[in-house]
Design a protein around this ligand. Structure first.
Ligand code: NAD
Length: 343
């Protein structure tokens, strides 16, 4: 089915309100899920509502939870999300980190024990709206591992996203690198499975370590694995996300002594930087303009596909979806309505 973003936001808000979320929290989370669909990341869109409802029913997601400041030490701010909605507690932690950055020029912020924070770029966008740069390293706990380390035949990581956000200038839109360190997010396998589609080769292995294009291998028992992007380099970055986000936030890593209750808990290490404390911002803007233009001026390998930079695909997708509406597959819609009926 096709649905416009406003109607979809309203529907999701309604469902979240039935979980007891306040009107503002429900709208914030709904808008953030729909934004993921609009930006082309259906893996982090409204298809997650049924999962959120299940976690709520199991007491693993606690609506109406504000973020808790556990340490305030100059440039360092540490927060506990107390299993609240990730978009809410993550947003509150980011707003505080941005406010602190105005005084200190740089902030090191950690967030632990948050329910799923969703599309990490959303937090980069908060920093960019204040003119700041941000870097985010994220891990996932309270979940079984889903991503094999380089050379491994069984999973040891979860998709461990990282994000770097550089604000736009008068001439250049924001540069927002926001990606899982696996070749695809787990949700992309879920979406392919629900659409009855195969995956491209090289993205997953089955539970015997053999290459597969069948997304259902990710739901076998024992599970198959997603593969890290960039061979040993993606695997190395995933480990760093575990150690930085899980270790420095105090939330813990995916290692098996930590609880795995079939939930999604995110921990995040964030650095917010006021670039004006380092260099002249007019000069920086001209460097950003020149560098991004230089990258995009490369002769495309395929004339039909011009060279892009991070952030471009999402921007053009939002424009297209605003015109065409969003496509939701029947199974995802049905799951959402079933979850609503249970509430
Ligand atoms: P992806 O593979 O589509 O990569 C997205 C990044 O690559 C974006 O920055 C995009 O602008 C850039 N990009 C895409 N095509 C490009 C091109 N042709 N040229 C230049 N740049 C290009 O996304 P993904 O890795 O599947 O991640 C999807 C989303 O899932 C992200 O928003 C991520 O934060 C989120 N995620 C969240 C969690 C979590 O636990 N909260 C876990 C994993 C992923």
């Amino acid at each position: 089915m096709r649905i416009n973003a406003e109607d979809l936001t309203q529907k999701v808000t309604q469902i979240l309100r039935k979980m007891g979320s306040s009107p503002s929290e429900a709208l914030l989370v709904a808008e953030s899920l729909v934004q993921s669909n609009l930006k082309g990341h259906d893996s982090h869109g409204v298809g997650l509502v049924a999962t959120y409802v299940r976690h709520f029913e199991d007491g693993l997601l606690v609506p109406n939870t504000a973020v808790d400041l556990v340490k305030d030490d100059g440039v360092i701010l540490m927060f506990d999300g107390r299993r609240g909605f990730g978009r809410r507690v993550g947003g509150e932690a980011m707003e505080a980190a941005v406010a602190r950055c105005a005084q200190t020029g740089v902030t090191l912020m950690t967030l632990r024990n948050s329910h799923h924070i969703g599309r990490v770029g959303a937090y980069g966008e908060i920093a960019m709206s204040a003119g700041y740069i941000s870097m985010h390293f994220v891990n996932v706990t309270d979940h079984v591992p889903t991503v094999a380390p380089w050379g491994g035949a069984e999973p040891r990581f979860v998709t461990n996203p990282l994000c770097i956000a550089i604000p736009g200038t008068e001439n250049t839109p924001p540069t927002l690198l926001d990606m899982a360190t696996s070749k695809i997010a787990l949700g992309k396998a879920r979406v392919a499975m629900s659409r009855g589609e195969k995956l491209s080769p090289g993205l997953v292995i089955d539970n015997k370590g053999q290459p597969s294009t069948d997304p259902s291998v990710m739901y076998d028992d024992p599970r198959g694995s997603l593969l890290p992007f960039g061979a040993h380099k993606g695997s190395g970055l995933a480990l760093m996300c575990e150690l930085l986000a899980g270790g420095l936030s105090g939330g813990g890593t995916i290692q098996p002594d930590n609880p795995r209750r079939e939930s999604i808990v995110n921990n995040m290490l964030t650095v917010v930087i006021d670039p004006g404390r380092l260099v002249d911002t007019c000069w920086l803007s001209s460097e950003i303009d020149a560098m991004v233009a230089y990258v995009k001026s490369a002769q495309p390998a395929d004339p039909k596909n011009p060279v892009l930079v991070a952030g471009d695909p999402e921007r053009s997708r939002v424009i297209k979806c605003k015109v065409d509406g969003l496509e939701i597959n029947d199974e995802a819609w049905e799951e959402m309505l079933n979850a609503e009926a249970r509430l």
